[in-house]
Design a protein around this ligand. Structure first.
Ligand code: APR
Length: 236
């Protein structure tokens, strides 16, 4: 029997041990900032410099962070099972990529991408946006962070939903299950027969109970789970 089809959903918790702040834990990003000021189109229209400064600061924090054992374990799993794995991340950091993951969807956008509000193009952008660099396509100095804000449509939904419907195993890592549509994927996967697993520091308030809910740090749980998957696959 071939390797199972696996969808892994990650949230801020997988990057926490790399020193990247989560949102809703104590000391999280939503403690020191108002969502409506820095994570909505209206907030950007009101004060673009405040919003750009917020994301440039997050970009700097991520630049000094390193992928941790959990990111590396998922890249190792991809190396073993290839296109049987899809990682769907709510995170905008590039730690999955820097760990080696390639089969990856950033459904909430990316810090290292910019969106032009004049021509609509999305482009990789390593420069901080506070300098208001010109759009590489239309030249206008109208780039914004290419991050999906509340009220905006997440990226890759068709691809994600097709993968969730077809998967044999759905694993949720380090997410509170507070934001849809990501929070609804466990119910969708379960409804279509997948085995569902949660790896989290504490149980999330998931839409439906997971078949297998494990609590602990991602850097411990994820490598152990990947070892289990690879060991089971080798016995097939
Ligand atoms: N190991 C595993 N899980 C952890 C760890 C850790 N070391 N540290 C924290 N967690 C878990 C917490 O228990 C919590 O369930 O990570 C989760 C963090 O939850 P949030 O801060 O809500 O982050 P996330 O679930 O990714 O938020 C989803 O909300 O604000 C929006 O767009 C933003 O993508 C984000 C979305």
């Amino acid at each position: 029997m071939s390797a199972p089809r696996i969808v892994v959903l990650t949230g801020a918790g997988i990057s926490a041990e790399s020193g990247v702040a989560t949102f809703r834990d104590s000391g999280g990003l939503w403690e020191g900032n108002r969502v409506e000021d820095v994570a909505t189109p209206e907030g950007f229209d009101r004060d673009p410099d405040l919003v750009i400064g917020f994301y440039d600061a997050r970009r700097r924090a991520v630049a000094s962070a390193r992928p941790n054992a959990a990111h590396l374990a998922l890249a190792r799993l991809e190396g073993a099972v290839g296109d049987r794995l899809l990682v769907v991340t709510q995170n905008v950091d590039d730690l999955h990529e820097r760990a080696g993951s390639e089969r990856l969807v950033h459904m909430h956008g990316e810090l290292h991408s910019a969106l032009c509000t004049t021509c609509g193009v999305r482009r990789r952008c390593d420069a901080e946006l506070a300098g208001r660099p010109p759009c590489p396509v239309c030249g206008h100095r109208t780039l914004r962070p290419d991050v999906v804000w509340f009220g905006e449509m997440p990226y890759g939904l068709d691809r994600i939903e097709q993968a969730v419907l077809a998967c044999d195993v759905f694993v949720s890592i380090g997410t509170s299950g507070a934001v849809y549509p990501a929070a609804g994927y466990v119910a969708l996967a379960a409804a279509f027969g997948a085995r569902t697993v949660e790896l989290n520091l504490e149980p999330s308030d998931a839409a439906v109970p997971f078949d297998d809910a494990r609590t602990g740090p991602a850097t411990v749980l994820v490598p152990a789970w990947v070892d289990e998957m690879l060991s089971a696959s080798s016995k097939r």
